[in-house]
Design a protein around this ligand. Structure first.
Ligand SMILES: Nc1nc2c(ncn2[C@@H]2O[C@H](COP(=O)(O)OP(=O)(O)OP(=O)(O)O)[C@@H](O)[C@H]2O)c(=O)[nH]1
Length: 312
């Protein structure tokens, strides 16, 4: 998918490297925005709602001979529902499994209970780890340095980066360090999958974004979108089929709207944006299905790669 601006897909000369980077951070720290910058395309959703993130692989960043798989760690927060407890515990499982850990902190928000709790957990994980202070466009340099000192006093980090995920300032250094730090090894995702998987994810995220922007609080943010099929047609256009999964029949009706009006609008907006990004005409087919109370269904967690917490 060369049309999308990104690093070259072919590894450069020399041995390849490949590994997982777990991106940890409180909700709204800027994980999605940073991922988008690292990957070079809009893969993660950036939304005004917190805790929207669901997918496990957020994106795949390429840098020279390195393939860096950015693993989702859903926002660390005080879990209330079962699903949320599963998510928080999964965040730590993923962190422990990853090759590299990156803690993203909203520098403008500073050190608070969430971050303290994260630091407490991080202490015991022996992996290369980086502290990334984000949103430096909003904060003065002296307070930034004070924050860096306050955090690294509690937990030592291999590297400290100061970035603005929004403007891209400093992000290049982060990508390079990830690329150098993931272990040597073959690429996990073949070239064609690297180009295809993010596009499918991206298309699903765009539809989800349009749906939430349209329906706001009428829909629980647990609703998901999956790209079921992606076919390149001979005439240069793409036929995409997606399913929107909701939990109840009543929600299906909300998504459809009167006379199918709501889903038509969502579909039109999503199709336009996908088409703009991939620079190809798009035919988008949306289906709405009820997946009953999957938010409390352990099978569903496993499909999403989430572990069911003990005693949860
Ligand atoms: N000023 C400024 N705003 C930023 C920066 N990075 C992210 N933001 C904003 O912060 C908000 C949250 O960013 P996201 O990337 O959605 O945060 P997140 O950590 O992925 O959030 P969840 O996935 O919901 O946990 C958005 O409004 C972003 O535009 C930055 O460097 N500077």
């Amino acid at each position: 998918m060369d049309r999308v601006a990104r690093a070259p897909l072919t590894p450069l000369e020399g041995p390849t490297r490949c590994g997982f980077v777990a991106l940890l951070g409180a909700p709204n720290a800027g994980k999605s925005t940073l991922t988008n910058q690292l990957v070079g395309t809009k893969v993660s959703i950036v939304s005004h709602k917190v805790q929207t993130t669901r997918s496990i692989v957020r994106g795949i960043a390429l840098d020279g001979a390195a393939q860096v798989v950015l693993v989702d760690t859903p926002g660390i927060f005080a879990p209330k529902r079962r699903l949320e407890r599963a998510m928080v515990s999964s965040a730590w499982t993923h962190a422990a499994d990853a090759d590299v850990i990156a803690l993203l902190v909203d520098a403008n928000r500073g050190l608070d209970e969430d971050i303290e709790a994260l630091l407490g957990q991080l202490k015991d994980i022996r992996k290369p780890r980086a502290l990334i202070l984000n949103k430096i466009d909003l904060i003065r340099r002296d307070s930034l340095l004070a924050l860096a000192a306050a955090i690294t006093e509690q937990v030592p980090f291999d590297r400290v980066f100061m970035v603005s995920a929004l403007t891209g300032d400093g992000v290049e250094d982060v990508r390079r360090w990830f690329a150098e730090t993931v272990p040597p090894g073959p690429w996990l995702y073949p070239e064609d999958q690297v180009s295809d998987a993010p596009m499918r994810m991206l298309a699903a995220e765009i539809t989800r974004e349009k749906m939430f922007l349209r329906l706001h609080d009428e829909l629980p943010y647990r609703s998901t979108v999956e790209t079921e099929s992606w076919k390149e047609l001979r005439n240069g256009s793409v036929r995409i089929e997606q399913t929107i999964f909701v939990e109840r029949e009543s929600q299906r009706k909300i998504v459809l709207g009167k006379g199918g009006n709501t889903i038509k609008t969502i579909s039109t907006e999503s199709r336009k944006e996908i088409s703009e990004i991939i620079e190809q005409p798009v035919h988008l087919f949306l289906f709405v299905k009820v997946r009953e109370s999957w938010a409390d269904d352990p099978e569903r967690y496993r499909e999403m790669g989430l572990e069911f917490p003990k005693g949860g």
